[in-house]
Structure formats: structure tokens, C-alpha cells
Design a protein around this ligand. Sequence first.
Ligand code: ATP
Ligand code: MG
Length: 566
Amino acid sequence: MSTTEYTPPPNFIRTIIAEDVKANKNNGRVMTRFPPEPNGYLHIGHAKSICLNFGLAAEFNGVCNFRFDDTNPGKEDVEYVDSIQADVRWLGFDWGDRLYHASDYFEQLYDYAVQLIQEGKAYVCSLTSEETRAYRGTLTEPGKDSPYRTRSVDENLDLFQRMRAGEFEDGAHVLRAKIDMASPNLNLRDPVMYRIRRVTHHRTGDKWCIYPMYDYAHGISDSIEGITHSICTMEYEDHRPLYDWFLDALALECHPQQIEFARLNLSYTVMSKRKLLKLVQEKHVAGWDDPRMPTLAGMRRRGYTPESIRNFCERIGVGKKESTVDIALLEHCIREDMNKKAPRVMGVLNPLRVVIENYPEDRVEELEAVNNPEDAGMGTRKVPFSRVLYIEREDFMEDPPKKFFRLSPGREVRLRYAYYITCKEVVKDEKTGEIIELRCTYDPQTRGGDSPDGRKVKATLHWVSAAHAIQAEVRLYDHLFSVPNPADEKDGQDFMAHLNPKSLEVLPVCRVEPSLKGAPAGSRYQFERQGYFCVDLNDSTPDKPVFNRTVTLRDTWAKIVKAEGK
Ligand code: ATP
Ligand code: MG
């Protein structure tokens, strides 16, 4: 990925790694990994983890492995496998030839399990799942030893081998680590290492009918690959003793250090894959890549740039305390990026027809418009002007209140890059009373948008020439949920109860300037005064272009920062 001059702020993980490197721990080597479970699409929370793992590796001249944690067949899918890789690449990271799968190690994991059995550190348990739960105890009471805990090594070896061979029903037995049923840490109360599950695995097919549990497979996979720092989210803090226990019990040479950090939560959305899957399955959104989703695929379709997401991940920092980041910060980051990059164009979302009565019928002028006032290098373009135009319906009011400075009967305004116009007459539909057209005049002296006599107008409107404009569909988005913390189910309400019914507004007949003809899917623009837009990756066609609004121009984050005097 491209490097910038910018030095990222310190965080406690960076400090730990820097000290390890200085002390020549692991011979100064740094190797991290990103271990997604292919049971859903990646979301912005994963982006935090990706940026952290790949970022730290790059910073310390190390590498970051990409490993699918594919120990849970059934919930996993090749669609997810493909999307996850595409999303990490899109975000700007490269794992070279270091693409791994926990399933690459199934044979080795099995052998290690046999070793633990031989050393009396694991046993086959035949309690039912209800019994297992009852024996487990609670946070305040110790658990009880399973009656199968004392099985002989030989019996365990025989049963485990037969579990693998498919001699038993699903759930008939499990393999458990023999640790301590009275441990205050429930994760150490003889955790399950293997369960029998007759589920076809997307890579190993039907080769296995026993599958290792995450806690068992993860640390060993880390160790096999030579990972030095195994970075994960806080919910694994209580699992760390178990992570260490397996590696110590097997006396593995490489013993990575697990370090936990607080996961990213974002306001007005949910981040759990289970919840996102529910939104998809119940069709509250159009798919995992619906532009309202917090998934990377959704954000890409919405028009977010990888740079803006990486910048966001850098700015939120890395800590141990759980918190919710204001989605306005993410939107601020995309605006900042687009402000520099996106060419400005004119697009009218709710068109109102305007006829310039004193403009010749057959005349078309090509007026010069600036592509980006932030960047002169982006040049200029020509925009056609003619007798019949469209302006934004909300830029006109027949009976304006005091503070409305845009067009109204008798008032003069500027058309951006064009002329001053004055509204002379309002034409209405006879039946409905709806305003269907404005009759205006223009002042030929004001070409380019300036008056030679210094006459001031209070508003500048965007517009398009009716005969030249392209018709387009525009999709406007709002937060997916109407409350800041929909996942907070403390009030007893399911998160689905907070879905925002107005999160998507489709405007089927918008008019955009002709320079947008043939705009490729994924290209991004600022529609003056309306926000940043991007050509939809799925639904847009040359005949029927579709634009997604990425974000409006109103920077609520900048306002918050200003108010707090930050
Ligand atoms: P979920 O609980 O939603 O299913 P997960 O944590 O199980 O998510 P994984 O695919 O296992 O999802 O995650 C891969 C990596 O991304 C893990 O290291 C995990 O800790 C990290 N990760 C997942 N969600 C977040 C988040 N919200 N913030 C930061 N890191 C995250
Ligand atoms: Mg997980």
C-alpha cells in the first residue's frame, strides 16, 4: 500500500511491539495475522483490525498473514471467502503468498490432540450437552468433574480415533482439555477441543466429521505460522489463559503473545455478523453490499474510498476501553478525501422546469465551469446553457418566508457559471395546482455569473439544460437505524425495532449535466450543493445511470469538534 509522510499516533500495541523488537524478542521478527471467519462479509470493525495488523507488520518490517478461521463449516460459504479477500485487497493490503486456512492444519491439529491425550491432558467426554452445562458450574460456583474425566489414555485414544472415523452420531462425544473444573475462569473448565459434526466443509469436503473448536485451533494455527503478536478483540481476554495453556501443554516452540484491544462500535448501525445476516436474510436491505450496510462491500458501493476508511481507522486509535465512535467522524473522513478528489458537477435531484423567455430558442452556449476549486489542476469543462433549464424544486418558493433567499416571484438569483435570472411568472397544473414551470428572464450582461454593475444577488443555484441533461436515478441514504445505539437491547427492544424506515429514498427522475454521460461505475463526483455521489456498481447502465449519494456536504463532525473546542 502507498505510504505517506504521516506518522501514526502511538498506541499501546505499537509500544509493546516496539519494545519487543528493541529487546530482540523473536529475534526482532514481527508477524501478525488477520483471521476472519468466512461466515459473513467484512465490516468497518474488521477494517480496524486489518489496518492494525497489516499496518503494524509493515511498520516493523514484518509481514501479516491472511488466515481463514474456517473451523465452523455450515455457517461458512465460498461467497464469503471470495468477498473477504476482495475487500481486504480493496482496502489496500496485500498478503502476498501468505494465504492460509485453519483447515490447512486439520491433520496437524488432530495429531496435537492425540499428543495431549497421550500425555493425559485431554479426554473424550460423553456427557450430553445439557449434562455438560450442568457440570460446568457458574461464575460463582465451581464445576464438577465429568465422570468420563478419568478414562484411560488407551480408551481415549481409541474413542477419539473412532470419532474421527465416523463411528458415532453427532454430539455423542467430544474431546475436552483436562484443565480445572474449579477454575474461576470458565474457559478453563475442561473446554471442548473437538466436536462431531457431519457437515461438508467448503475446503476439506467430507474428509472430516470432527472439527476443532476456535480456542484450540486458533493459538496452534498462530504458532504453526510463527506469528509473534496475535492481536484480537477484548472478548478474548478471558480466553488468553486457554490460548497459553494449549501452547504450553504442547510445549510448542513458537508461543505468540495474544494482545487484546477494544472492538470498534459505530453509532446508528450494528456490527455483529449475526445481526447483519438477519438484515440480509429478512430483506431489510438489498444484500450484504447494500450501500446502507456497515460492510466494506456496502461502503464501497456507497462511494467510500479505501483511503478514507484507512484514515478513519487511524484516527479512532486503539485502546482497551469499549466505546462507540460517532458515525459523523467516518462521514467527515470521506468528505475530507472527496473534497480533494471528486470533480464537481451539477445535478438536479428534484427538477423544476424553467423557461428563460428572453433567451433565443435555438441558441446553446457552452459555459466554462471549474472542476474543483480546491485543485486548479483538475481544470475546467464546458456546460451547455439554453432556453429551457431545470433547477432544484426546493430552490423556489412562491411565498418565501423571511430567511429564504433563493428564487421566488420577482426575485433575481445567479445560476452558477451562467447568468442572473429573475422569476416573472409561475405556471401551475390546472387540476392539481402543482407548480410545473417558472417563466424567467436573464440578464445577458451577467454571463459567467457576475454583474458588471456590481448588482448583488443572495443566492447561487445549480441547474442543467433540459435539452442536454441526462436522466438519472439518484438514491439518497440515511442511517440504517434511527437511534444511536440500536444494538443496546437494554430497553427490551430487539435491534430490528429501531430500523430507520427512511434510510433509503429513491429519486427516479433526476437530471444531471451531460459531462456525466458514460461515467463509469464507481466514479465519484460532488453534485454542487447536494453532496458526494458515486455511480452505482451494480445497477447503473449507460442508458439508465444510477447515482448513490455517499454523503451530504453538511459536516456534522466539524460542528461537534468546534462546539467542544477540540
Ligand atoms: P462477529 O462477532 O460479528 O461474528 P467476529 O469477531 O467473530 O465478528 P471474525 O471474522 O472472527 O469476526 O473477525 C476477524 C477479526 O476481526 C478478529 O480478529 C476480530 O477480533 C476482528 N474484529 C471483528 N469485529 C471487530 C470490530 N468491531 N472491531 C475491531 N476488530 C474486529
Ligand atoms: Mg470470530
